[in-house]
Design a binder for this molecule. Structure first.
Ligand SMILES: Cc1cc2nc3c(=O)[nH]c(=O)nc-3n(C[C@H](O)[C@H](O)[C@H](O)COP(=O)(O)O)c2cc1C
Length: 397
């Protein structure tokens, strides 16, 4: 594990974010950290959590907290799932495998993005826990069908269909940093932007040793092979998911389906009608349509529309254990976190453990996200909060 992450200075996700900023080239850090356009929704996601305050009950005996829960019938050690983060291999070598391994060791689920740099079979093999496969329709229906079949054979237990990516988000930081030019592999276009890579030689060396990825091994286009990085924007724009697609996806995948990217009560009902088993209230971490409401604010509308007909998860802005507690207080069954782990570096495999104490050393970022401290303080009870305990929070105007 890198010394910067072991340092006592890295005790929360913001510390980890700063460490990532030091470690990664600007173009990679901004790819993780940034959002669409003015990044209003990105900031609003976090602020929505900050605006919620707790109403603790005091002087009540506090037994140990039991964070265990189930999502889609699968037991998890706590109500946290690692969200699909495309191209995690840019952030650290074999990034998707490392994240899946760490999640499995911590007893939580990991969702692998279609746009990953590692083969889905290798990611499933790396985890001893629950893995989900996130589906984009890039490369067309045949390509998606072959990925679905591979995911089934490899042991992925749920399919996550992301519906909020009809076009690639307008990420201004990516434009400024020359993402398109760097991916073009045309020397003249790349030249003004390569310096940001050269100033991080350790990252550059490990990236090159890891293969200097330029292809997506899980997007196998018939007759062409794995899709190139340079083609991803166009491919996303040509591969919009519509509700009609849920029909053939349902036929191809017999396991649970999670719809990710629901913003409104209406769409939540459509997800139920489409036969989904769970949905994620998500605005893609503010990376797609800037100006949409923060997810925590949309959660009550979604819950009011669907009731108990579907499991409701949430992501966007989760940076602390207390954020997880707040989302649960509002009625989410569990949360997903993207950037909170993407900023981090994986622990060395030898140091991994599911045990809490070792977990502190092995997964400082996972530790920072554990909600037990807050649960103990706020709930004074044994269990993860349920919806009925909502009287314990106050939302500031
Ligand atoms: C660098 C990065 C890449 C992402 N790639 C994907 C992806 O490939 N598929 C997807 O469904 N969501 C993707 N997301 C969105 C996350 O799954 C999740 O919705 C979002 O990160 C939640 O917000 P948070 O980062 O504030 O936790 C990505 C997010 C980040 C930060």
């Amino acid at each position: 594990m890198s010394r910067s992450v072991q340092s006592p200075r890295v005790i929360n996700i913001e510390d980890l974010r700063r460490a990532a900023k030091r470690r990664l080239p600007r173009v990679v850090f901004d790819y993780i950290d940034g959002g669409a356009e003015g990044e209003l929704t990105l900031r609003a996601n976090c602020r929505a959590f900050e605006a919620v305050t707790f109403r603790p009950r005091c002087a009540v005996a506090t037994p140990a907290c039991d964070l265990r829960t189930t999502v889609l019938g699968i037991p998890l050690s706590m109500p946290l799932i690692l969200a699909p983060v495309g191209s995690s291999r840019l952030m650290y070598p074999r990034g998707e495998e490392a994240a899946a391994r760490a999640a499995g060791a911590a007893g939580i689920a990991y969702a692998l993005s279609t746009l990953s740099g590692c083969r889905l079979e290798d990611v499933a093999a790396a985890s001893k826990g629950v893995v989900w496969y996130q589906l984009y329709l890039v490369g067309g229906r045949d390509c998606a069908l072959s990925a679905i079949e591979r995911a089934r054979a490899a042991g992925f237990s749920a399919l996550v269909v992301t519906i909020d990516t009809p076009v690639a988000g307008l990420r201004e930081r990516d434009m400024r940093n020359g993402v398109k030019e760097l991916l073009s592999r045309k020397l003249v276009g790349m030249l003004p932007f390569v310096n940001q890579l050269l100033t991080k030689p350790r990252w550059l060396m490990s990236f090159l040793v890891d293969g200097g990825l330029m292809k997506f091994p899980n997007v196998a286009i018939p007759g062409q092979g794995p899709m190139l990085y340079a083609d991803v924007t166009t491919a996303l724009e040509q591969s919009m998911v519509s509700w009609d697609d849920l029909g053939w996806i349902r036929e191809a995948w017999s396991g649970p389906i999670v719809i990710k990217g629901v913003h409104t009560g209406d769409d939540a009902c459509r997800a139920v009608d489409a036969g989904a088993d769970a949905l994620v209230v998500s605005n893609h971490g503010g990376r797609q349509l800037d100006g949409v409401a923060p997810t925590l604010r949309m959660l009550p509308e979604v819950l009011a529309s669907v009731g108990d007909r579907i499991e409701v998860l949430l992501d966007g802005g989760i940076r602390r254990g207390s954020d997880i507690v707040k989302a649960l207080c509002f009625g989410a069954r569990a949360v997903l976190a993207g950037r909170a782990y993407a900023y981090g570096q994986p622990p060395h495999p030898d140091t991994q453990s599911g045990g809490n104490d070792k977990c502190h050393h092995a997964h400082p970022h996972a530790y920072a996200m554990r909600p037990d401290h807050h649960l103990g303080m706020i709930y004074q009870s044994q269990n993860v909060p349920e919806r009925k305990k909502c009287e314990n929070y106050t939302r500031d105007a």
